[in-house]
Design a binder for this molecule. Structure first.
Ligand SMILES: [Cu+2]
Length: 438
């Protein structure tokens, strides 16, 4: 009898220890799921719009007294002042004051390896700010191959419709067919100036002239009758091929839109017509070849807010577009390519873009941005702590940030290695460094 009593006491004690240990173990942090924008409920859309608009009125820490949201825009603009040559040299940003420091000479956020790490960090910080308004929010993504997406995003009750009041005609002497674009300032809906979405003119400049685009969001969306390649949705087979890229040196420029790879493996540079991520920027904001062949510094004309890349986060659709870019990177990584060996080959990138480089603006103040035209970006930037350092290597695991994508949940969790269907790559393009050099 005594023996049984002792066993019961031991059993109860062990059970109590187990329970107490479980209570002391912190609950695993919630993973937020970024959803396809077409799957958002009306309430989720309302919450997202309200959070954006709250950040547009929240004070920042900059010396110009612009809002927290505007400060976020300034970070993106600032990153692009480290190299005045933009879009592969098709547009050259006028600049009175050049940048200084090790990051000088290359756009800190685009056209090089850190395009994906930089925007992953940038979006996650912005998403956390949105969640400080409403703890349920995640940034929805715009699957640009989804034929339903454009109508959902540019709905009058969500991000608002096309701009209006301006019809532009571009005629070419070299045989390029005449282009007509309809758009202009967005005058109604949640992101009209009248409804509180006023844009800081200094942070809303044309990338080719540095002239301001004004205080209203500007869109030149293609009509639903636009021919393939000039409208939405984008070609799904092409986006699927991006995910088949065998290495980061192919994947990053293919996704960003500097190159495209055909079904037979041949590779083309997207020189005169943008591709993939760049194409979405170009289509929403309006981008056409410059009809004046003498303007060799400006071979593309960028008309609206999101096609003038430094200013592009003034357009709320920017965040949906970049959530999709980040999702495609996460999917590519999730397919057995999670480590640093699936990033840019060491030493092949300009400073700020290699795996262990500090990325401006999270570089401890090592580099200072330049101006856009005569506009100094510095006073619009938030205060960033000197110990707030981020390197590409810190960004490779998106789950560490506490979010994932619905498409990854559907296909199972975890870093897993699958057989990778890869296409044959015929390398015909010039190396990345040569294209960026003057
Ligand atoms: Cu960007």
């Amino acid at each position: 009898m005594k023996k049984y009593l002792r066993e019961i006491v031991i059993t109860i004690s062990v059970a109590m220890i187990v329970v107490m240990t479980m209570l002391r173990t912190p609950a695993t942090e919630t993973t937020f799921v970024r959803k396809n924008v077409v799957d958002l409920t009306p309430q989720e859309k309302l919450d997202f719009v309200n959070a954006l608009k709250t950040l547009k009125t929240r004070p920042g820490t900059n010396s110009k007294n612009v809002s927290f949201y505007d400060e976020v825009v300034a970070i993106h603009a600032g990153a692009m002042t480290f190299d005045k040559m933009q879009l592969g040299g098709q547009v050259i940003l006028p600049q009175d004051t050049p940048s200084t420091g090790p990051a000088s000479g290359a756009d800190a956020a685009h056209e090089h390896g850190a395009f994906l790490p930089w925007h992953r960090e940038y979006l996650s910080r912005f998403e956390k700010a949105l969640r400080s308004v409403n703890p349920k929010i995640t940034i929805p993504y715009w699957d640009w191959t989804d034929p339903r997406a454009v109508e959902v995003i540019f709905d009058p009750n969500f991000l608002g419709t096309n701009g209006s009041g301006s019809t532009l005609t571009f005629e070419y002497s070299d045989g390029t067919p005449t282009i007509r674009l309809n758009g202009g300032p967005v005058v109604s809906g949640n992101f009209s100036e009248a409804d509180g979405w006023g844009i800081v003119p200094d942070l809303h400049r044309n990338i080719g002239t540095a002239e301001t685009l004004g205080t209203s969001l500007v869109r030149y969306l293609p009509g639903s009758d636009a021919p393939a390649g000039s409208g939405f949705p984008l070609d799904k087979a092409e986006t699927d091929r991006i995910l088949q890229s065998p290495d980061y040196a192919t994947f990053r420029p293919f996704l960003e839109g500097e190159i495209t790879i055909n079904a037979d493996g041949t590779e083309n540079e997207c020189r005169n017509s943008p591709c993939n991520h760049n194409l979405v920027h170009a289509l929403v904001g309006g981008t056409v070849p410059n009809p004046n062949p003498n303007e060799t510094n400006r071979r593309l004309l960028t008309l609206g807010t999101i096609s003038n890349t430094p200013a592009s986060p003034n357009e709320p659709a920017f965040f949906l577009l970049h959530a999709n870019v980040d999702r495609l990177w996460a999917e590519w990584q999730n397919n057995g390519r999670q480590g640093g060996e699936f990033y840019a080959v060491p030493g092949t990138e300009p400073y700020g873009h290699n795996l262990n480089d500090k990325m401006w603006p999270w570089d401890g103040g090592d580099s200072i941005p330049g101006s856009i035209g005569s506009t100094d970006v510095q006073p619009y930037l938030p205060v960033i702590a000197p110990n707030d350092i981020v390197r590409p290597i810190d960004t490779l695991n998106w789950r560490k940030y506490g979010y994932t994508y619905d498409t990854l949940l559907k296909r199972g969790r975890g870093w897993r290695r699958q057989s990778r269907g890869e296409f044959p790559v015929k390398r015909t393009r010039v190396p990345e460094r040569r294209r960026g050099s003057r």
